[in-house]
Design a protein around this ligand. Structure first.
Ligand SMILES: [Fe+2]
Length: 325
């Protein structure tokens, strides 16, 4: 393919869509150690003037690398992300790769007939922030490309942690419209009004380790990630194919056959902080399932399929592999 693969720098952020952004952001901040940066409420066009239809909780990854988690909640029945959740369920919506030149990448993708969600790059005129989405058919999740200006002359500085613009967020939301046109509406979405809870202890060294993405065609997806997006192919310790970005060898992408409908991406993190934070989960009101030292978190709290691997991190002393009540 001409001028492909793209040359990627690194992951910039991943975005989840949930019905209860505040609760999920507090869980990430207080238990998982994601620093909260900003709440960005915007109106993508479905709310009356002066009100909002989309809340975005911008969190930094717990490794303080400047990479981000965006927790998105559609605030009205009509909002795109509320409707998206009705159709596809809650979970990881996209993973964003920071690259140097989104305009050039966009042109290259078009030349190679790679499907994008919009006919042009979404560009914030003031800051120069550029973003676009690659269709999720081959990749399982939407892949966003984002260009952040890091040179000092850029005003405002888009490389600031958590920098997004209302213009771009609103326009990008609009590019998802076509994914809502057929079917859907069958999933119940419950907006949570649960009181916030103060968690007692926090994991101190959570590291993002593996995105597992389910796709209809594994071989096709492996080729797409490698030949279009520039991922390196490898074989995991368990003998299965995996992918990684050259500059981020510690974050692996596993591609698996599609097991169910809707959102199909889960994240595994690792921690060694059991010793430094014993009893982290004691008394905290969420349920986990623990199987072979991997804890599966309650999606109501985490917002998406999130696993924590580590020696019994979420187990109370003396319990064995079991569902914690
Ligand atoms: Fe994004």
């Amino acid at each position: 393919m001409t001028n492909l693969p793209l040359k990627n720098n690194r992951i910039d952020h991943y975005t989840i869509i949930v019905p209860n952004g505040k609760e999920v952001s507090e869980f990430h901040e207080q238990v998982l150690g994601y620093p909260f940066l900003e709440l960005k409420n915007i109106n993508t066009g479905t709310a009356p003037q002066g009100t909002y239809d989309m809340a975005n909780y911008i969190m930094e990854w717990p490794d303080h690398s400047g990479r981000l988690l965006v927790i998105t909640e559609g605030l009205t029945e009509a909002s795109i992300f509320h409707r998206f959740m009705l159709k596809y369920g809650q979970g990881i919506h996209h993973i964003a790769l920071e690259i140097d030149d989104v305009d050039a990448a966009f042109a290259t993708l078009q030349e190679n007939n790679i499907r994008l969600t919009s006919p042009k790059v979404v560009t914030d005129m003031l800051s120069g922030l550029k973003q676009c989405f690659i269709d999720n058919t081959d990749t399982g999740v939407f892949i966003e490309l984002i260009e952040r200006k890091r040179d000092v002359s850029a005003v405002p500085d888009t490389s600031q942690k958590g920098f997004f613009t209302e213009n771009n967020m609103s326009e990008l939301a609009g590019t998802m419209q076509s994914y809502l046109e057929e079917g859907g509406g069958s999933r119940a979405v419950r907006h949570s009004d649960i009181d916030t809870y103060s968690y007692e202890k926090q994991l101190t060294d959570l590291r993002l380790s593996t995105f597992t993405i389910e796709v209809p065609d594994v071989q096709r997806a492996l080729r797409f990630y490698a030949d279009v997006l520039g991922f390196t192919r490898a074989i995991s310790a368990r003998g299965e194919p995996e992918l990684y970005l050259a500059q981020e060898p510690n974050i692996r992408f596993h591609i698996r056959p599609l097991g169910r409908e809707g959102f199909n991406c889960r994240l595994r993190c690792t921690t060694n902080s059991l010793e430094s934070a014993p009893g982290t989960m004691d008394g905290n009101p969420f349920r986990t399932q623990v199987i072979d030292d991997v804890s599966y978190l309650d999606k109501q709290k985490s917002g998406y399929d999130l696993e924590i691997a580590g020696a019994g991190v979420f187990q109370r002393a003396g319990t064995s592999a079991a569902t914690a009540a």
